[in-house]
Write a protein that binds this ligand. Structure first.
Ligand code: F6P
Ligand code: MN
Length: 314
C-alpha cells in the first residue's frame, strides 16, 4: 500500500493497516489502546482547564491539570489493555507494575503531553510513546520494538514505527486514524533547523556547528514543542533539531527514556540519525528513569557534522 502524502486513493485505517503487517497481536492491541486514548486527550486539550494541578512531576516541574489528565487517560488504557507489564510516565515518579503478569509482554514509557505549557498560547503539543518487550524499563533505546508520537496541531496525526519504516496516520472526522504516508524517508539535506537552549550557553563546538548550519542556508524553525519540531524535520524530509549540552546543564534538557529514545528510533527508521553529540542516542544505556541527554537529531549528514564539531571543540 503506497499512499502518496495527501493523495490516498482509498483509506486504510490504523487497525486494518496493523493487522496486515506481520506484527504481534498484543502489540496491535497496545497501539490501538494508545490511539483511543489520544481521542480523549485531544478533547481535553481543546476544551479543558488550562490551570495548574498543584502537583509536581518527576523533575520537580509544576504539573498542569492537562498533564495529569492526559497521564491518567493513557495509564488507564494501558492498565486495562491486558498486554502491559510495566508503565513509566514522565509525569509519575515511579515504575507502575501492572499485576497479573500472565500474558503481559510489553513495557511502555511515555510523555503524556509534551510541551503542555504551549497549550495556553495555542501552539502544537504531542504525546510520545516508547515500547519495549518484557519487563525492563532501563534499556538502551535500540531495544525498542515500537515507538510513536501523536501530534495535536491543526490536525491530529500519529507517526509510528514498529521496526520496519515510519508511517504517518491522520485522525479523520470519526476520530479514527487513516494512513497518510507509508515509509516516510529523510533523504534530503537539512532545509530547516530547530535549535533549543540559550545560545549564550552553547559550548564552542555547538556554537561552531550552528554557524555552519546557518551558512548552509537552512531556515530557523523552532516552535518550542519537541513533537511538532521533530515532525517538521521528518515531514519536510530533512532538517536538524538540537537541544544541546549547555554550560549550566551538561545533560541538556530533554529526557532520554520519554523523549529522546522514541524520537531517535523514529528518525533512524526514516533514514536519519540521532546523537548526543558523542554517540548514537539509541546506544545510551540509561542509569535512571529521569536521565537526560543532549540531542542532535535529523538528517544524517548534519548530525555527523555536529559530532565532528563537538569532537573537535567540545
Ligand atoms: O518537554 C520539554 C519541552 O517542552 C519540549 O517539548 C521542547 O523541545 C523543549 O522543552 C523546549 O525547551 P525550551 O523552552 O528551553 O526551548
Ligand atoms: Mn516533555
Amino acid at each position: 500500500m503506497n499512499a502518496e502524502r495527501g493523495k490516498t486513493r482509498f483509506q486504510i485505517d490504523l487497525r486494518r493497516y496493523l493487522r496486515e503487517q506481520s506484527i504481534d497481536r498484543d502489540l496491535i492491541r497496545l497501539i490501538c489502546e494508545i490511539s483511543d486514548a489520544s481521542k480523549y486527550i485531544i478533547n481535553s486539550i481543546r476544551t479543558g482547564d488550562l490551570g495548574v494541578a498543584g502537583t509536581s512531576n518527576l523533575y520537580g516541574e509544576k504539573q498542569l491539570a492537562l498533564d495529569v489528565l492526559s497521564d491518567r487517560i493513557i495509564q488507564k488504557r494501558l492498565k486495562f489493555s491486558g498486554v502491559v507489564a510495566n508503565i513509566v510516565s514522565e509525569e509519575t515518579p515511579e515504575i507502575i507494575s501492572v499485576s497479573e503478569p500472565s500474558n503481559r509482554r510489553y513495557s511502555v514509557l511515555f510523555d503524556p503531553l509534551d510541551g503542555s505549557s504551549l497549550v495556553d498560547v495555542n501552539l502544537a503539543v504531542g504525546t510520545i510513546v516508547s515500547i519495549y518487550e518484557g519487563e525492563s524499563v532501563l534499556q538502551a533505546g535500540r531495544n525498542q520494538v515500537a515507538a510513536l508520537y501523536i501530534l495535536y496541531g491543526p490536525r491530529t496525526t500519529m507517526v509510528l514505527s514498529f521496526g520496519s519504516g515510519v508511517h504517518e496516520f491522520a485522525m479523520n472526522q470519526l476520530m479514527d486514524y487513516d494512513l497518510v504516508t507509508e515509509n516516510l524517508t529523510m533523504a534530503g539535506p537539512a532545509r530547516v533547523y530547530s535549535p533549543g537552549g540559550m545560545r549564550s550557553r552553547y559550548s564552542s563546538g555547538t556554537e561552531k556547528f550552528i554557524q555552519y548550519i546557518e551558512n548552509t542556508g537552512a531556515k530557523l524553525r523552532y516552535s518550542g514543542g519537541f513533537v511538532p519540531d521533530i515532525n517538521q524535520v521528518l515531514i519536510k524530509r530533512g532538517g536538524l533539531f538540537m537541544y544541546p549540552h549547555l554550560t549550566d546543564s551538561p545533560q541538556g534538557k530533554l529526557r532520554t527514556l520519554f523523549e529522546l529514545n522514541p524520537m531517535a528510533y523514529l528518525i533512524e527508521q526514516a533514514g536519519g540519525a540521532a546523537s548526543t553529540g558523542r554517540q548514537p542516542i539509541l546506544d545510551v544505556v540509561p542509569q535512571a528513569i529521569d536521565d537526560r541527554a543532549p540531542i542532535f537529531i535529523g538528517s544524517k549528514a548534519e548530525v555527523a557534522m555536529a559530532e565532528k564539531f563537538i569532537a573537535e571543540h567540545g
